[in-house]
Design a protein around this ligand. Structure first.
Ligand code: ADP
Ligand code: MG
Length: 238
């Protein structure tokens, strides 16, 4: 079980506090979307959950266990970034297997897991290509494949589709929705895109200036925005 809870989580860089006492609860298997303007702290929150950034104060639990001081590799979390973070000199197969290679997995294990990820992401025909021979959407699929093979309990996506054109974004949005249904993992997804938020989310967290403005289902936020800010982001135009 990989439910996630943040209790009064704060983060300061020097004298500037960028996360100001955030409480968030995400159920096991839930698809949670973080939205909010640039600089409101979305990436910082993801990085703290992944363990890539220390928490200044407060408590972070994953699967019921306090993980404030747990190193990233012990958190069973995979993070997918918008800049694909794949290696240009490796084939797709090698890229997808990368995390397994450094973990010392056997050749057979790597083959099985890469084949499974390739099937889920429908990229069996791309395994021998290098990134230069791929489209933007295919590269993003490789990045997601790399996350899948590690069998994480939690996936963190930081604006994974923002570098893609509109048509590809829609395809990939559907892919990510399917991925969530298949893997039933807990997912946190940061986006600027209202359509992505409304269609993918079980729960949306609206952030502003390092604080939570509102949490709710897409329909709750749409019909009952707590304030004008939330309405402007997601709510009905009235
Ligand atoms: P978002 O992802 O919502 O655009 P970020 O989490 O990247 O926002 O940033 C939140 C705030 O924290 C911003 O004001 C940003 O400038 C600041 N910030 C992020 N990382 C650092 C850092 N390593 N050092 C100093 N300030 C940072
Ligand atoms: Mg960001």
């Amino acid at each position: 079980m990989a439910e996630i809870s943040l209790r009064q989580v704060r983060k300061s860089f020097g004298s500037s506090e960028v996360i100001k006492g955030v409480d968030i609860d995400i159920a096991d298997g839930e698809f949670c979307v973080f939205v909010g303007p640039s600089g409101c702290g979305k990436s910082t929150l993801l990085r703290m959950i992944a363990g890539l950034e220390d928490i200044s104060s407060g408590e972070l639990r994953i699967g019921g266990r306090v993980v404030n001081d747990l190193p990233p590799k012990e958190r069973r979390i995979a993070m997918v970034f918008q800049s694909y973070a794949i290696f240009p000199h490796m084939t797709v197969r090698e890229n997808v297997a990368f995390g397994l290679t450094i973990a010392g997995a056997s050749k057979a294990e790597k083959e099985t897991k890469v084949a499974e990820a390739a099937r889920i992401l429908q990229m069996e025909h791309l395994l021998d290509r290098t990134p230069a021979q791929l489209s933007g959407g295919q590269r993003q699929r490789v990045a997601i494949g790399r996350a899948i093979v590690r069998k994480p309990e939690v996936f963190l996506f930081d604006e994974p589709l923002s570098n893609l054109d509109a048509a590809l974004r829609m395809d990939m949005r559907l892919e990510i929705g399917k991925l969530h249904q298949q893997l039933k993992a807990t997912m946190i997804y940061v986006t600027h895109d209202q359509v992505e938020a409304m269609t993918l989310a079980d729960k949306i967290v609206v952030l502003k200036g390092g604080e939570v403005m509102q949490v709710g289902s897409p329909m709750e936020l749409y019909h009952n925005p707590a304030n004008l800010f939330v309405a402007g982001f997601l709510g009905s135009p009235s």
